[in-house]
Ligand binder design. Structure first.
Ligand SMILES: Cc1cc2nc3c(=O)[nH]c(=O)nc-3n(C[C@H](O)[C@H](O)[C@H](O)COP(=O)(O)OP(=O)(O)OC[C@H]3O[C@@H](n4cnc5c(N)ncnc54)[C@H](O)[C@@H]3O)c2cc1C
Length: 468
C-alpha cells in the first residue's frame, strides 16, 4: 500500500487561495474535513495523498484546474468514477481533478441519445436511460465510471448486439492540456474523436459524453448457471462451441471462481471452487430461452438463476461482490480464438486460484464489437474473439503481491505476446501499453498525443508517451 503523506504543498499559498476562491465547486486540502474520503478510490491498494483535490462543478472548474496544473508544473490526476485498477485517479502530492460531482444527464428519447457529464457512473446513466426503455453498453459493476470505461473501450452485457460503449459515442466535450474547451465528433476534430475511443485519458479531460441509445428491456433474460470445478475442461470446451453459434443478442462470460455464501448456491459448495457462466439476452424475449439453453447445459448444473430481470437490476446484480476498499489487480489477455492450449491453461490456472477472491473471467466478444473497422477507433483489436481478465483480490495487503504474481503468470502462460486491454490492466507498464494497440494504431496515438498533449500533462493513464 502506498501511504506517502506530503509534508508541504507544491503550490504556493497565495496561488492556492486564488484558485480555491475562483472554483464553483470546492477544493479540499490535507487536514480538512472530508479529505480522507475525497482522496480514496475504489481500489484499496492505492492510498495516496493529493496536495489539493479540486471537486469540479462544471467545465469552468475543469479549465481552471488544468490551467493550474500546467502553469505550476504540478502533476495531475483525473478522476471520473474512480475505478482505475492501477490507481491513476489518485496521486501523492499533486492535483486531483475530481469530476464526481458532475453527474448531470439528459436523455433525448426522440433521437435516442443521452448526454451525460463525466462524473456519472453506470448506475446513474442506466437509471435515466431505462426510464425511457433505452440503454447503451455499460460496465458489469454499476459503480464504474462512464468516463474511464468509455475512453478505454467499454466491454459490457450489450456489446455483441450494440458494440462497445465507445462504439456508441457520438460526441465528447473535453478540456485539452492547453486549457481549451474542444468538441470531438465524427465531424469536428475527427482524429481526436478517433483517439478518445480507446486511447484512454491521454488527450484531455472529457467533461461530457453523448451516446447513441438502443431499446433495451425493461427486462432482459439474464443470470448465471453454476457448474462443478472438476468439469472445467468440459465446460470450457462446451462454452467455446456454444459461443460459435451464439446470436449477437446474447453476451456471455465464464467466471472461474470460488462460490460465495449466497442463498442460490447450496451450502455444501460455499467456499469451494465453482464455474459460473453468466449471460444477458437483449433480443426478442420469446427467443431468449432457446438462445441461452446451450450455455445452461454445459455440465452438471448446480444452480441456474437465469430469469427475466429488469435491465437496470441486472446491471447492479454483481455489485455486492465488488466492494470498495479491498486490494485489486487486473491483468488481461485477448484471445483470437479459444484453442485447446488456452483452454488447458485456463483450467489449470483455475486449480491454482490464490484465494477465495481471485477469479478468471473469460468474456466472449465478436458480434457488433468485431464488425467495427480496426482503423475506425483507437480500440483496434477487433479480430479478438475472447478476452481473459485475471483478477487478483485480497481483503488487504496480506498475500496481495503473491496473488498479483499469480495473475501475471496466468496471462504469460496464455501467451507472452497476448494483446492487453487498457481497462483491465492493473499496472503502469509501457510494454502492456504497446501490447494494447497494433503498431500502426500506437503510432497514430503518439501523433495525436504530440498534437494535443506534447508535455504529457495527462500522464496518469495507460500512457501514450509524446515524442516531441
Ligand atoms: C469493479 C470493476 C468492474 C469493471 N468492469 C468493467 C467492465 O465490465 N468492462 C470494462 O470494459 N471495464 C470494466 N472495468 C474497468 C474500468 O473500465 C476501468 O477501470 C475504467 O478506467 C474505470 O473508469 P472510471 O471513470 O471509474 O475510473 P477513474 O479511476 O476515474 O479513471 C480511470 C482512468 O480514466 C481517466 N479518466 C477518468 N475520467 C476521465 C475523463 N473525464 N476524461 C479523460 N480521462 C478520464 C483517468 O485519468 C484514469 O487514467 C471495471 C473496473 C472495476 C474496478
Amino acid at each position: 500500500m502506498t501511504t506517502t503523506q506530503t509534508a508541504s504543498s507544491p503550490i504556493g499559498s497565495a496561488t492556492l487561495a486564488e484558485f480555491t476562491a475562483g472554483l464553483r465547486g470546492s477544493a479540499v486540502l490535507p487536514g480538512e474535513p472530508g479529505y480522507d474520503q475525497a482522496r480514496s478510490i475504489w481500489n484499496g491498494a492505492h492510498d495516496r495523498h493529493p496536495a489539493v483535490i479540486a471537486q469540479c462543478a462544471g467545465v469552468a472548474d475543469v479549465m481552471r484546474t488544468v490551467d493550474l496544473a500546467r502553469s505550476e508544473g504540478v502533476p495531475l490526476a483525473v478522476r471520473g468514477g474512480g475505478h482505475s485498477i492501477p490507481g491513476f485517479s489518485t496521486i501523492d502530492g499533486g492535483i486531483l481533478l475530481d469530476l464526481s460531482q458532475m453527474t448531470g444527464i439528459e436523455v433525448n428519447p426522440d433521437d435516442r441519445t443521452v448526454t451525460a457529464q463525466a462524473g456519472c457512473t453506470w448506475k446513474d446513466l442506466d437509471a435515466e436511460t431505462q426510464q425511457f426503455g433505452l440503454a447503451v453498453t455499460g460496465g458489469l459493476v454499476s459503480s464504474t465510471g462512464i468516463a474511464g470505461f468509455t475512453t478505454g473501450g467499454g466491454i459490457g452485457w450489450l456489446m455483441r448486439k450494440h458494440g462497445l460503449a465507445c462504439d456508441n459515442l457520438i460526441r465528447a466535450d473535453l478540456v485539452t492540456a492547453d486549457g481549451q474547451f474542444v468538441r470531438a465528433s465524427a465531424d469536428e476534430n475527427a482524429e481526436l474523436f478517433w483517439g478518445l475511443r480507446g486511447g484512454g485519458g491521454n488527450f484531455g479531460v472529457v467533461t461530457s459524453f453523448e451516446f447513441q441509445l438502443h431499446e433495451v428491456g425493461p427486462t432482459v433474460l439474464s443470470g448465471l448457471v453454476f457448474y462443478p470445478a472438476q468439469e472445467a475442461e468440459q465446460v470450457l470446451a462446451g462454452y467455446r462451441a456454444a459461443c460459435a453459434a451464439a446470436p449477437d443478442e446474447l453476451t456471455t462470460l465464464v467466471n472461474l471462481t470460488t462460490a460465495p455464501p449466497v442463498p442460490f448456491l447450496p451450502e455444501s459448495v460455499h467456499g469451494t471452487r465453482i464455474i459460473g457462466v453468466g449471460g444477458c439476452w437483449s433480443g426478442d424475449p420469446d427467443a431468449g430461452e432457446a438462445a441461452t439453453a446451450p450455455f445452461r447445459a454445459l455440465g452438471t448444473v448446480i444452480s441456474d438463476v437465469f430469469a427475466a430481470n429488469p435491465y437496470a437490476g441486472w446491471q447492479q446484480a454483481l455489485d455486492p461482490l465488488w466492494p470498495r476498499g479491498i486490494h485489486n489487480y487486473f491483468r488481461s489477455a485477448f484471445l483470437p480464438a479459444l484453442d485447446d492450449r488456452a483452454l488447458r491453461v485456463l483450467a489449470e490456472s483455475f486449480a491454482t486460484l490464490p484465494g477465495p477472491l481471485a477469479e478468471i473471467h473469460l468474456q466472449h466478444l465478436g458480434g457488433a464489437v468485431g464488425r467495427v473497422g480496426a482503423q475506425d477507433t483507437a480500440y483496434a483489436l477487433r479480430d479478438q474473439e475472447f478476452i481473459v481478465n485475471v483478477i487478483a483480490r485480497t481483503p488487504d495487503a496480506n498475500g496481495f503481491e503473491q496473488a498479483t504474481d499469480w495473475a501475471r503468470g496466468v496471462t504469460t502462460a496464455l501467451g507472452p505476446d497476448a494483446r492487453a486491454y487498457v481497462n483491465f490492466t492493473g499496472e503502469s507498464d509501457p510494454a502492456l501499453v504497446l501490447a494494447s494497440y497494433p503498431p500502426q494504431t500506437h503510432r497514430r496515438l503518439v501523433e495525436l498525443k504530440n498534437r494535443y498533449d506534447p508535455t504529457n500533462l495527462f500522464r496518469l493513464n495507460q500512457n501514450i508517451v509524446p515524442t516531441v
